[in-house]
Every structure is written in C-alpha cells, then in structure tokens.
Design a protein around this ligand. Structure first.
Ligand code: CO
Length: 496
C-alpha cells in the first residue's frame, strides 16, 4: 500500500486506538451501588439480573498479563427491578487470585502466554496453570457458576457474589476437571424438560477425551459420557439440537515444546492448518455410543450462534476466522493492530447426516463475533442472530456496532456506537418470561455493555430488539469503566 493511501486508511478509521485502549485497563475496585445516572427509561417489565464475566485483573502490581484471556475473572451483576437498576462487581476468589494478591506478583503461567517474573528459566517445566474463572457466568439449578473451560467451575453467591468454592456437581467434577464456558441451555418443550448441556475436553497426547454432561433443572448430572477423538482438539463452544451435539475440531497442530521450555503459553503453541478441513463430530443425546464425523472447510471457529435439524440435515450458524488469530508473543495486547489480526464472519453450515454431504455459505462480510440468539430458540430454527460487530463494512476493527441479522435472508439492522463507543456481547432477553409463549422471536431487549471512551466509563445499554436502529431506550451510566468482557447471561431472578 502506498504511503498516501495508508494514511487515508488510517484516517478513515472510525475509532482511535487510544480510545479503544481505555477499555483495556484493569478495574481493581469492587463496588455496590444503585445506578442513578440514567438516560431514557428502563422498561418496568425488564425484571431480573444480568451477569457478566470480565477478565479484569489486567495487571498484577503493574506487570501486564500477556493477554486479557489470562486475567482473573471479575463478575458483574446488574439487577433490574421495577424500572430501577443496581450494580455490583466482585472478583472470583480462585486459589490463584488469592495467592497472587498475597504475594503481590504474578505467580502462575497463563494459557495465553503470561509468564512469571524471572525469564524462561523461572517458567520452564512449571505446568501449573491458574484457573482464572474469567469466561462466562451462568445461573442454573440454584447455582451461580463462573466458568473457565480448562478447569472446574467456581460457585458464587448470586446475591453477594461471594465466592463459595469449587463446584463439583455433587462429586461428578473433580478439582481441575475441564468444564466448558459455553453451556447450551436446551429450553425444553411440552414433552422435554429444560437441560443444561455442556462438555469438557482434555488433551491426552495422541487423543482428546471429550466429556459430555447434561444437567437437569436441579443441576443434577443426569447424563455423562465420554468420547475419545483422535489428535489434538481445541474446542471452545459447541451446539445442540434436541437429538444431537456437534463439535467443530479446528485443524490445528500442537507443539508443546515452547511451553515446556517456559517460552510460550500453551495457546501460543497451536498452529492452524488454514487449508485443511475441520472435523465436525456429531454425538447423540440419547445414544452414548453414537459418534460420527463429517468434514467441512470452516476457518477457525470459536463461537456458534445456534443449530437446528432440518430433514436429514443439521444447520449450524457460526462465526469463523479465516485464520487463527494467533498471539504475537513479542507484542503486548495493548499494541494490537486490527489490520494485522484476521477478522471473523458469520457463516451457515449444513451437514447431511445421511449422505455426509456438507455445505457452507457466508451470511455476512462484516467482521463480527459474540453471536447470541433468543434462548427459547436454542436447538430449533431461529431467524435472528445478534452480534457485536466492527464499524467498517469490510476491514477489521474493534466491536462498535450491535448487529441483528436474519440468518435466512441476510436482512440486517445495526446500531453503531462508533467512533468512541465499544461494545461487548449483546444478551437477548425475551419480553415474556414464558419460553413457550407464542410471541415474536425478537420481542425483547438487548442488554449491551458499552465502553464510552469520551467519558472513560462504561454504560449498560438497553436496546429494543425489534428496533435496534432507534438506539438505546435506556442508557445506564456506571461510575467507572469496565474492561472488555467475554460472556454473560440473564437470569429472571431479581437479586438485590
Ligand atoms: Co467464548
């Protein structure tokens, strides 16, 4: 690119990197307060609690973690009650969090490259990884669980956010048992109970053990079975239908040597085979012995929106990166150049279980991630997908736009917070608390955390999901910023 056109490209960027960096600062304080600085009105029917998990301890005693994914998880709780809202945040008191607070320095290596002080010699052959409990937060069966896929969940008190300890699900999970951060909640139907369906993967050298769990409404594990998949598997998310679970095994090679020698985090030791096929594993929710695989060229998939059965086919909507967004070990996460990072787009995949034929179709070119559908549609045909998206139509960028897309027609609706607002995952909350109610799929709200660089604080924004172009119906100004978060969920329970 010529110098002049490069300048042009930089100038036309809808954001300023310094603005974006404002959301990459740690938040170490813990707060409790009613949110009183509100523009617009909170709908009085919006009753319940939004939980968010944020990797928020981005530095320890001034030493940056290598990647935000290595930062300790902080849970935020925004309670909506009769048109009012309340904020609380608490760090998950994991073993590692408590130890590092005591010592005042980084005491563990991170999956994404964080090192203990003292260079590679101090890090080599130390395979302990800190459970940072920083990826998702879910309330199910009376238990609020902070989730991090490589280890057990931590349980918190839903009202105080006090850490209660390791959650074992009545002894089914042991300390350190991998338990995914992306549960799929089967909403059930007239003849099926709702279920919390999830998985855990453990690398065993030449194979990977895939554990699948189903929890009933009391959080009792009612199904648990394991499959052994050949090779190394990195799987962050999955999808369900009433009859199947599907897992995308991205084509990656794993060379653990730099990790063993203390030079890199394990996630930095993965290499994506860009031209290779993704293996898609299909398991049955009823027959533990059923395991089939199909192949598709998918790109690198972290997140899925949803899946459903259609005749002999299973349709899966997912966000795929053209290439693995690998981590440059020599760069801090504060130095990200969005032009250098591969972008991700929304795709539809079709898998024919009879003929093994697979197809794919790109649904949208805009860079996006954090897909969300109306939870009542999990596992069955959906129309609308909500995403956090980049402001430029083609180029990559931080998420500044909330996008709503019709997966069948491509019809889309946008609301942009550019140039100075940066958005996280939009959580859809249906207006009706009855999941079986006969209401429009998009009749509800989107709850979005937006970092406002102008005021260096974060807002909780409520959008009408049927009219997102109209912008916020309520903007709740927090008294401080929140670092960029990962995932969250909404519970109909009101915890004050
Ligand atoms: Co995720």
């Amino acid at each position: 690119m010529q110098a002049s056109s490069l300048t042009q490209a930089k100038l036309s960027k809808p954001f300023d990197l310094d603005d974006w960096q404002g959301g990459n600062q740690a938040l170490k304080e813990e707060f409790d307060y009613p949110i009183t600085d509100i523009e617009g009105e909170i709908p009085t029917e919006l009753q319940g609690t939004l939980f968010r998990n944020i990797p928020a301890m981005l530095d320890v005693d001034g030493h940056l973690v290598h990647h935000p994914f290595d930062a300790d998880g902080m849970i935020c709780k925004i309670t909506f009650d009769q048109g009012k809202a309340y904020f609380r945040n608490r760090y998950v008191r994991t073993l590692g969090y408590c130890r590092e607070r005591e010592k005042g320095e980084i005491s563990y290596r991170g999956v994404f490259g964080t090192e203990k002080p003292g260079g590679w010699l101090a890090n080599a052959f130390d395979f302990r990884l800190k459970n940072v409990a920083n990826t998702n937060i879910y309330y199910w069966g009376g238990k609020l669980m902070a989730l991090w896929e490589a280890s057990h969940p931590y349980r918190l008190d839903a009202r105080s956010l006090e850490t209660l300890g390791i959650e074992t699900l009545n002894g089914v999970l042991k300390e350190g048992t991998p338990f995914a951060a992306h549960p799929m909640i089967d909403p059930g139907s007239a003849d099926r109970e709702p279920r919390y369906v999830t998985f855990g993967i453990r690398a065993l050298g030449v194979a990977t053990r895939l554990n699948i769990y189903e929890l009933d409404a009391e959080a009792t594990v009612v199904k648990h079975h394991a499959h052994y998949l050949p090779g190394f598997a990195f799987m962050h998310d999955f999808v369900i239908t009433p009859n199947y679970c599907l897992f995308f095994q991205n084509p990656v090679d794993f060379n653990p040597l730099p990790f063993v020698l203390g030079k890199k985090g394990p996630a930095e030791c993965m290499k994506f085979r860009q031209d290779d096929f993704t293996k898609v594993w299909v398991t049955s929710r009823h027959d533990p012995s059923y395991l089939h695989s199909l192949k598709v060229k998918s790109g690198f998939v972290f997140h899925h929106a949803n899946a459903f059965e259609e005749g002999d086919e299973i349709v899966v909507d997912s966000v795929a990166y053209r290439d693995f967004p690998s981590i440059n070990h020599n760069l801090s996460f504060h130095e990200v150049d969005f032009d250098e990072v591969p972008s991700s787009q929304l795709w539809r995949y079709r898998f024919n279980l009879k003929t093994k034929e697979t197809r794919r179709q790109q649904l949208e070119t805009r860079a996006c991630d954090f897909p969300y559908v109306n939870p009542a549609y999990i596992g069955r045909p959906h129309r609308w997908i909500y995403l956090a998206a980049a402001a430029p139509e083609e180029a990559n960028g931080p998420n500044q736009v909330v996008m709503k897309i019709d997966a069948n027609t491509g019809e889309q609706h946008l609301h942009s917070f550019a140039p100075r607002g940066f958005v996280g995952e939009p959580v859809f909350v249906a207006r009706s608390a009855d999941a079986q109610a006969d209401t429009a799929e998009d009749d509800g709200w989107l709850l979005v955390v937006v970092y406002d660089a102008k005021h260096q604080r974060s807002d909780i924004v409520v959008l009408d999901a049927q009219q997102i172009e109209r912008g916020a119906i309520a903007t709740l100004h927090l008294k401080h910023h929140l670092p960029y978060g990962l995932h969250g969920s909404f519970s109909r329970k009101v915890w004050l």
